[in-house]
Design a protein around this ligand. Structure first.
Ligand code: ATP
Length: 640
């Protein structure tokens, strides 16, 4: 049993009184166990206390305890929480010995241990390198660059196939795969082999194979740790589970802590079904529950509970509020995005200017952040943007519009012509433009360079260039905002996007959001110079906002990155049709492993349960189907 003394210290020094449910988990020391928890129920807190119990009772040495999770952010969070709970209770030197790690970093260390004395250690390709390798292969095979959604799908399928090599019976031929996927997959595997490289999935697979087939390695790691705890176990993939199992086969002191309702990484191979596999593998495993939500008000818990219960195939578990306080849950619809964002800025100024650090604005995709950032700047509201990359800044639609405007203002800019020539029906081949590109003088007018180098092979090309020069002349008389419409309507760009959408099945409404945003950003900008300045400024703002971490600033985050965080005031914004659930989830992923639509609901649930007290759900134009559902839930609760 946990020492009474420790319980007192936690209560007195840390103001933490463990519940009966939490105590049961803290005291459950030996053997396999599964804790099924709900959001805000103190999973992380309880794991920390269980580790603290093992150390203070000297059940094992701190270095023989391994706490695993699935992302660096989550590992850092547990480590920090542990330090904050046990500083002045456990000596710092002892604390430092406890191993908190991601499963990937653990697998990496097992491989390094194995390959220690060999020369031929495979090097690991990180996600960035893997992305560019896939783009390169896709280009080789399809003679065009992949769209981001295609790339995501390919990466997800590669990972799905390689993770499931473990099952031996995987058959993807029955699925409707992205065209040329088979060739891409083969080439990708071949390049890795030739260059002695492995990706993160291979790393896990290799670690699993070595632990399974090379007994001394398994013994080393089995003997290294006496207790293994896995946080966020709903994010586990099959291969990760098998690795963990091999490391605990001797003592079976393995505790998984999971909330299947917060499983949001299906596209990366995580699968909450594995929790069922665990229960059938370990028949003696004890199942425990954390059902009380300590974070949110009763209002939020009850609404979130009914919302997530609409998902089929969940583990049955209770979700109860600890905090019996009622709070207002505000659902608001706006005509336009700008009305939504001005409302947020005003509301923060009016009510939360002293609680900026305890306020978050969450969105499904980073495209929703751009206009918001513009308004936060305008209202002088400091923010911290925790997204690694806002894709808008390198999106092709933004780049195409910029290219045509730049070319209209500066005819020497052949790079811009190169960017857009095949999207505006110019009857040239890549090599024709490349020839002028390579031989043109830097300050020479692009059209004159075509004439000088005799780069027209036929009349059609000559006329097309003449027409383009005329169009650019017209476009240069317009301000950037008017230029967008000219580009769309008079230069075929609208048709180009419609065709692209038809061919790829990628919804035109997603392109329309980019166009709308470009219209917004160019509004009232008198010249290309002021417009470029505005975009550059936004980019710098996002970059500089990283310095506002842990300062008095509002947090901006995607729903995915908000997992594990909590805020007194939370705005979930752009809860629109086609944004959440997202269009790709509605058309269903080709990855057979997970149901994307169920995962969208879980994502929304993660968002709802970040709010401690004040929760806003905002939409504009057409609201998401979730808005109607949430309103019905609220009405039902009120009427009962
Ligand atoms: N016994 C308790 N008494 C009071 N507050 C508690 C207790 N246990 C946890 N909490 C508080 O509840 C909140 C949620 O805890 P924690 O973040 O550990 O939950 P979680 O289950 O990991 O959350 P999630 O999975 O939703 O991110 C924290 O503010 C924590 O301090």
């Amino acid at each position: 049993m946990i020492k009474i003394d420790l319980l007192h210290k936690l209560k007195e020094k840390k103001n933490l009184q463990l519940s009966y449910e939490q105590l049961k988990i803290v005291n459950n020391i030996d053997g396999p166990a599964l804790t099924l928890a709900t959001a805000g129920s103190g999973k992380t807190t309880t794991i920390c206390c269980r580790v603290g119990n093992l150390v203070t009772r000297k059940i094992t040495k701190p270095e023989r305890i391994l706490v695993l999770s699935f992302s660096n952010a989550s590992v850092n969070d547990i480590r920090k929480r542990f330090e904050s709970l046990f500083t002045s209770i456990i000596h710092l030197n002892e604390m430092k010995k406890i191993k908190f790690s991601t499963i990937h970093s653990f697998a990496n260390s097992a491989l390094r241990y194995y390959f220690n004395k060999m020369d031929n250690i495979p090097s690991i390709i990180d996600e960035k390198e893997q992305n560019s390798l896939i783009s390169q292969i896709f280009y080789e095979i399809n003679k065009r660059r992949p769209r981001p959604s295609e790339k995501k799908e390919i990466l997800s399928l590669i990972s799905y196939i390689n993770i499931n090599k473990i099952k031996n019976n995987i058959n993807i031929s029955s699925y409707n795969l992205i065209s040329s996927f088979g060739l891409i997959y083969k080439r990708y595997e071949q390049i890795k082999r030739e260059q002695n490289k492995i990706d993160f999935t291979d790393m896990l697979f290799m670690c699993y194979t070595l632990l399974k087939e090379y007994k001394p390695l398994q013994n080393t790691f089995e003997n290294k740790y006496d207790y293994i705890l896995v946080d966020e176990a709903q994010d586990m993939s099959l291969i990760q589970y098998e690795i963990i199992k091999l490391m605990t086969s001797k003592h079976e002191n393995l505790m998984l802590v999971a909330d299947d309702d917060q499983s949001i990484y299906g596209f990366r191979g995580s699968n909450p079904e594995i929790l069922k596999t665990f229960l059938s593998d370990y028949k003696n495993a004890e199942t425990m529950y954390l059902s009380k939500n300590y974070r949110c008000t009763k209002t939020i818990v009850n609404v979130a509970k009914q919302f997530i219960e609409k998902n089929p195939n969940r583990f049955k578990k209770d979700i109860k509020p600890y905090n019996n306080k009622e709070s207002e849950l505000i659902i608001k619809h706006f005509k336009e995005e700008k009305n939504q964002n001005m409302f947020i800025a005003n509301e923060i100024k009016r009510k939360y200017s002293n609680e900026l650090q305890d306020t978050a604005i969450l969105f499904r995709d980073s495209l929703s952040a751009i206009q918001l950032i513009y308004y936060l700047n305008k209202y002088d509201i400091p923010f911290y943007c925790n997204i690694s990359e806002i894709k808008f800044f390198r999106h092709f639609i933004k780049n195409d519009i910029m290219a045509v405007i730049l070319l209209a203002y500066d005819r020497t800019n052949i790079e811009s012509l190169y960017e857009i020539y095949n999207k505006i029906n110019l009857p040239f081949k890549d090599k024709d433009i490349k020839k002028v590109f390579d031989q043109k003088y830097k300050t020479e007018d692009t059209f004159r360079a075509f004439e000088r180098l005799n780069a027209y092979y036929n009349k059609e090309q000559k006329n097309a260039m003449k027409n383009l020069e005329y169009q650019l002349n017209e476009l240069s008389k317009l301000n950037p905002n008017e230029a967008i419409d000219y580009f769309l309507n008079n230069m075929n760009y609208k048709d180009y996007l419609a065709n692209l959408s038809n061919k790829s099945g990628y919804a035109n409404s997603i392109y329309a959001r980019y166009i709308d945003l470009m219209r917004f950003l160019t509004k009232n900008e008198p010249s290309i110079r002021t417009f470029l300045y505005k975009i550059g400024n936004l980019q710098i703002n996002v970059k500089n906002s990283k310095e506002n971490k842990n300062k008095q600033a509002v947090t901006l985050s995607t729903l995915h990155s908000a997992k594990g965080l909590e805020f007194k005031n939370t705005f979930i914004i752009s809860a629109n049709k086609n944004i959440i659930p997202s269009i790709p989830s509605l058309t269903q992923s080709k990855n057979p492993q997970y149901n994307a639509l169920d995962e969208e609901r879980r994502l929304m649930y993660v968002g709802l349960t970040r709010a401690k007290e004040n929760l806003y759900i905002l939409s504009y134009k057409q609201p998401s189907r979730y808005i109607t559902e949430l309103k019905d839930i609220i009405n039902n609760i009120k009427n009962n």
